[in-house]
Design a protein around this ligand. Structure first.
Ligand code: MFK
Length: 549
């Protein structure tokens, strides 16, 4: 017993320096010129995960947003007070070009891979500042796809700006009290105010939005139902997409918007999420009337890609922290890291994080190719299914991996002032936000029925499984080949029995996600010289090998 003992803590890990899986991914995915341009940016961001970014994230978490509905003398002003650190995180994101990189044509089809690497480093330390960036990027994408030129010219340069003075963010107002997954009962109505302006037709939106995250953003994309002389089209085919300039009138609150309250969430405490009532707020219609769901789906595809990058980021950070701690913490006469059991557990978790990252990078690769206009039809079909597959698989992995990492700290992992429990609370939003595991499994089903998207992924996996190199660890090869064979057989059986489709959608989707990760890790191992083969084998045993691995 040593009464003067206090646990010495490791310094915060530089998340770029320690992430071998990220380095291996970038080596195989980026052309040399892009890698050269990107390396100093990744180094700077990795460095910031040990000081500036970490401090801003912690400070934003300590000083969460507050809703101040009334001014001292009773006037309704609806101020949402956010911390200086939250504002600084927005500036930090602009300076590091986190959104802009996804639109940097000089990076060619590598733009989204480069961006995914930045997001993977940024997100976990950012106190969920990733969330407004996701919606900002998604808004830029939708504006480029369907907005009139004048509106694009005014907004897209600001949404993708690298100058904090001009950078704006966007929210997404979709969910209402009737549902976030099923938007068909959306009750917000839109009345025409002015037709044919250079920026499109202007409407007044009236209704209640139940979840609006990043509510202090300057812009929002919202769903509403056009009411024309009392006539409306019911269901999701009656919904249109609108772009709202969120304007604060000094001393008089938001123009046309009342903030009902901020949500008291399990985690993501620094991020303002509010319930809003819209009282005729002016909004420009985006795209054709009645095509709102289809148009906002383009937004969801980008936010789901960000969600996956947030998941891989959370996992990588949690594993890096647990590993660093394991070298400092002694038990039974040696550092925890020297215990065969603890080391094996951490190796499994590191392989799991590498699998998640590999899938994120595959999505980013295909998204970049699609946006650069060089994707084949087959790649576009795979992308359509891989976005929900990546979101649903990595969201579940993040919760289990971060939970295991908390356990690796023993009791300290369960104590608030260590800062560790926050990682788990924040991870728990990932399988929920932008579509739960089941909702996304159904989305995969719909993508299959419409485009054969799941079949395209499956065909690719079968082909990859057939061409694995004999230099790979044989146990891993056997496990992944068996899993792919079973997946293909089950998919075929289920396809022959349409009543079984929905019930099996989740099992098929998760198995497909894990098989995809395993085969992508095999690709890394076949291309690389470091310990990627070990990560491949670890992953297959951990995720495809049953309880005994
Ligand atoms: C980070 C911190 C966050 C803080 C806390 C937040 C807590 C969470 C709060 C929330 O509520 S998050 C919101 C969760 N909700 C969702 O993510 C939406 C889930 N639902 C879906 O994804 C539905 O599939 C969707 C609403 C998009 C559509 O359902 P519908 O109304 O049944 O439409 P349908 O018929 O499936 O699709 C309409 C059109 O869009 C079709 O095209 P066509 O008209 O040409 O046939 C579809 O093909 C197309 N589409 C749908 N999804 C698509 C898509 N196209 C491309 N990509 C997709 N993903």
């Amino acid at each position: 017993m040593n009464p003067s003992f206090f646990q010495d803590l490791p310094p915060p890990p530089d998340l770029y320096a320690v992430d071998r899986a990220l380095h291996a991914e970038l080596r195989r995915r980026l052309p040399a010129d892009v890698a050269t341009v990107l390396a100093p940016r990744l180094e700077a961001l990795g460095c910031a995960t040990t000081d500036e970014l970490l401090a801003l994230g912690d400070e934003a978490e300590r000083d969460p947003p507050r809703h101040v509905p009334y001014a001292p003398w009773g006037k309704r002003t609806d101020e949402i007070r956010v911390s200086p650190a939250w504002r600084a995180l927005k500036d930090f994101s602009a300076r590091h070009a986190l959104v802009a990189t996804g639109y940097d044509a000089s990076l060619g089809s590598s733009r989204r891979v480069a961006q995914a690497a930045l997001l993977h480093l940024f997100s976990a330390s950012s106190a969920t500042a990733m969330c407004p960036l996701a919606m900002t990027d998604a808004a830029a994408r939708v504006l480029l796809d369907v907005a009139p030129d004048a509106l694009q010219r005014r907004l897209v340069p600001r949404l993708t700006s690298t100058d904090p003075a001009t950078f704006i963010t966007s929210g997404q107002w979709m969910t209402e009290r009737t549902g976030g997954s099923d938007v068909s009962d959306t009750s917000t109505v839109a009345h025409l105010l002015e037709r044919g302006t250079a920026e499109g037709d202007v409407y007044a939106l009236t209704g209640v939005k139940w979840f609006t995250s990043a509510t202090t953003s300057e812009l929002a994309l919202a769903l509403g139902r056009i009411e024309d002389e009392g006539r409306v089209v019911e269901g999701s085919r009656g919904l249109s997409l609108f772009c709202v300039d969120v304007v604060r009138e000094p001393g008089a609150g938001y123009r046309g918007i009342v903030v009902n309250r901020l949500k008291d969430k399990l985690g993501t405490k620094a991020l303002p999420t509010a319930e809003l009532t819209l009282h005729g707020v002016p909004a420009r219609r985006l795209g054709e009337a009645g095509h709102g769901v289809k148009n906002i789906a383009g937004m969801l595809n980008i936010t789901r890609y960000y969600n996956s990058a947030a998941a891989s980021s959370a996992m990588a950070q949690a594993v890096a922290r647990a590993r660093a701690y394991a070298w400092k913490r002694h038990a039974l006469g040696h550092p925890l890291a020297a215990s065969a059991l603890h080391a094996a557990t951490l190796d499994d978790l590191e392989a799991d994080a590498a699998g998640a990252l590999a899938l994120v990078m595959e999505v980013a690769h295909l998204l970049g190719r699609s946006e650069a206009g060089v994707a084949s039809d087959d790649e576009r079909r795979r992308l359509r299914a891989l976005i929900p597959l990546a979101k649903l698989t990595t969201g579940r992995q993040a919760v289990s991996c971060v939970s295991e990492c908390l356990e690796a700290f023993g009791g300290a992992g369960y104590v608030e002032d260590t800062g560790l429990p926050r990682m788990l609370r924040d991870a728990q939003v990932l399988p929920i936000w932008e579509g739960t595991t089941n909702v996304l499994s159904l989305d995969v089903l719909r993508a299959e029925q419409k485009d054969g998207a799941f079949s395209a992924v499956l065909t690719d996996l079968v082909a990859r499984a057939a061409t694995l190199s004999s230099s790979l660890p044989s146990r891993g090869v056997t496990l992944v080949r068996d899993a792919v064979t079973q997946l293909a057989a089950r998919a075929l059986a289920v396809a022959a029995e349409p009543t079984a489709l929905e019930e099996n959608a989740r099992r098929l989707a998760l198995t497909c996600g894990y098989c995809a990760e395993a085969l992508l890790l095999a690709d890394v191992a076949m291309a690389g010289k470091d310990d990627a083969a070990l990560r491949f084998e670890r992953f297959t045993r951990y995720r495809l090998g049953g309880l005994l691995g």
